[in-house]
Design a protein around this ligand. Structure first.
Ligand SMILES: Nc1ncnc2c1ncn2[C@@H]1O[C@H](COP(=O)(O)OP(=O)(O)O)[C@@H](O)[C@H]1O
Ligand SMILES: N[C@@H](CC(=O)OP(=O)(O)O)C(=O)O
Length: 559
């Protein structure tokens, strides 16, 4: 690809965010999409334009602003059109794998990248096998029930699919050796645990790629930790690092250009930047793998295929009447996931939002159902509540300053204690002299550690305040249009008053999509069911026509 600097025609990749892009600093990186060519004109003051497979970077001569106008010219070569992620329930056995393969092939116009989780409950079984190995003794390690279950499932699956068992034989052998090693060491570190659970995704993807190949569909298996998924060294809950995006794009795009095949990639896994060991992205992390790939390649769509008809108005295990939500914003989906809806990984919306790539949540058991479409914005004019989410077993802290009213720096001191300990806070409510907050224990991996950490937090906080630690609390999150908060709260408090439940804390986030209520664990489920009934099942509020006066923010409901 040749470039003539100083003239007005340059080759870059599409889409450029807007037709006119202003350089705000000396170097501006313009996101772009593989497979497209665009023309950039009017580039005064631009010293250098460099292009890699992912982006064009422009450096101005003197750091001053200059304009770049870009437009799409042509599609240069056909590349991937979407990423499709299938969760454990979608690939639970040979029958399901066949159905998923048929589903993928029923979209001949797509050139997908496939991300898979481990088959069925394999991750849970691997975790349990690891726990048992610690105390069962070396001679018993090969007869752990969960190991036998995993072997049976995978060997039965390859047989039923007519795939050579060699594709997983080495992994099964190595898995047994690993469990013996754990039994010998009598120890399961987070690092070993991540390596242990990685066998689930490594095997499901090998089986699936081999099966597609037996059907005459060219597919290529990839371990995410070998193709540029670079993470922090936080085993069991690692974060994806920026370097992942260009590395993954380069590898997948390069392979497509040299030898096209459907990539079948392990979800959930990465490679630690410092130790180079295998990491996992937290439970349900394959969603994040999919959105990371979507952003890496600037794909037009990310699809996550589940066992439900999309994101629902509530966890169906709690409220069987829960209905699919047709549209969501990235903010709503992120809050919903963060506050406990198992359906999406809490971090998975970040790459999609950054790349502004629509995410479609679909049901692999019912592909005809429209599912949920998650985008940057949606029409909120008639929206009231989108979904109700429950997060159980939360610890709440009431912190009252021992200093006088008007003392500045109290909040800063409190939060610096959490920062030092690396503990993240979920919900916060403050007054002049007190703070109530809930703690997110998900970053901590063992029960003992949580208790130890909590004791230390309280000890530190007691140097500046009186602390009341309240365990066994639940956060009920009302996700939706918080512009309608008066109506939402009026209805919610009516329900809770009828149940005789006292709300111990309330908070409305700055994202304007979430109101959180903290109640006792043992009251939470009945509250959620009653709230769901009122907001989604009675017809009155779910079919509500809402009249909102923007000037004064007043809201009235016409049923
Ligand atoms: N608000 C919700 N919407 C949809 N599903 C939910 C919700 N809350 C909890 N769930 C549960 O999440 C499950 C889907 O998530 P998950 O098990 O991670 O799927 P997969 O393994 O297919 O990726 C559903 O079967 C459902 O039980
Ligand atoms: N297998 C991993 C990763 C994952 O994303 O699974 P699923 O897509 O089935 O939630 C887990 O169970 O956590």
């Amino acid at each position: 690809m040749s470039m003539q600097l100083g003239t007005c025609i340059k080759t870059v990749f599409f889409p450029i965010p807007t037709t006119r892009t202003t350089l705000h600093s000396e170097t501006t990186l313009l996101p772009c999409r593989i497979g497209y060519t665009a023309r950039v004109s009017h580039v005064p003051l631009v010293r250098k334009v460099s292009i890699d497979p992912l982006r064009v970077s422009c450096c101005s001569n003197n750091g001053s602003e200059s304009g770049v106008v870009a437009e799409k010219v042509e599609e240069t070569e056909k590349s991937y059109t979407c990423v499709m992620k299938f969760g454990g329930s979608s690939v639970a056995n040979a029958v399901r794998i066949r159905e998923v393969a048929n589903l993928i092939l029923s979209f001949p116009e797509e050139r997908p990248i496939i991300v898979l989780s481990a088959m069925g409950k394999t991750t849970n079984r691997l975790l349990l096998a690891g726990e048992k190995a610690v105390s069962c003794g070396v001679t018993n390690a090969d007869s752990i029930d969960e190991l036998s279950d995993i072997k049976d499932l995978h060997l039965r699956t390859v047989e039923e699919l007519g795939v050579d068992r060699e594709v997983i034989a080495k992994h099964l052998e190595e898995l047994e050796q690993l469990l013996k090693g754990i039994a010998m060491m009598k120890e399961l570190t987070p690092r070993t645990q991540d390596y242990l659970v990685s066998f689930g995704e490594c095997m499901s993807t090998r089986i699936f790629a081999a099966y597609l190949n037996t059907l005459g569909v060219k597919a290529r298996q990839y371990d995410a930790f070998e193709i540029g998924f670079i993470t922090t060294d936080d085993f069991t809950n690692a974060d994806i690092l920026e370097a992942t995006y260009p590395a993954v794009a380069k590898r997948l795009h390069g392979d497509w250009v040299s030898d096209p095949a459907i990539p079948i990639i392990t979800g959930f896994l990465g490679k630690a930047r410092k130790s180079c060991a295998v990491t996992t992205l937290g439970r349900g992390g394959s969603d994040l793998t999919a959105t990371t790939i979507g952003k890496s390649l600037g794909l037009p769509e990310i699809q996550v295929w589940k066992d439900v008809d999309g994101v629902l108005t509530c966890d169906p295990n709690l409220c069987p009447q829960a209905e699919p939500v047709p549209f969501l914003t990235f903010d709503e989906a992120a809050e919903l996931a963060y506050f406990g809806a198992q359906v999406l990984h809490p971090q998975s919306m970040r790459p999609a939002r950054e790349g502004d790539i629509p995410v479609r949540v679909k049901n692999s058991y019912n592909p005809k159902a429209p599912g949920t479409l998650i985008t940057k914005t949606r029409d909120m004019s008639k929206a009231l509540l989108t979904s109700i989410v429950l997060k159980r077993s939360v610890t709440m802290l009431d912190i009252v300053s021992t200093r006088m009213l008007g003392q500045f720096g109290f909040l800063a001191k409190v939060f610096s204690i959490f920062e030092d300990l690396g503990i993240s806070v979920d919900v916060v409510a403050t007054s002049e002299v007190s703070i109530s907050l809930t703690l997110d224990p998900s970053k901590l991996w063992s029960r003992e550690l949580i208790q130890q950490e909590l004791d230390y937090v309280v000890e530190e906080l007691e140097k500046i305040s009186v602390v009341n630690l309240l365990k066994n609390r639940s956060i009920i999150s009302l996700i939706g249009n918080v512009q309608m908060s008066s109506l939402i709260l009026e209805k919610a408090f009516q329900v809770l008053r009828t149940l005789g439940v006292t709300v111990q804390m309330i908070s409305q986030g700055a994202s304007k999509v979430n109101i959180s209520l903290v109640v006792n664990d043992n009251e939470a489920e009945q509250c959620v069911r009653a709230l769901h009934k009122t907001f989604f099942e009675c017809g009155e509020l779910s079919e509500l026509e809402i009249k909102c006066t923007p000037e004064n923010g007043s809201v009235s409901a016409l049923s």
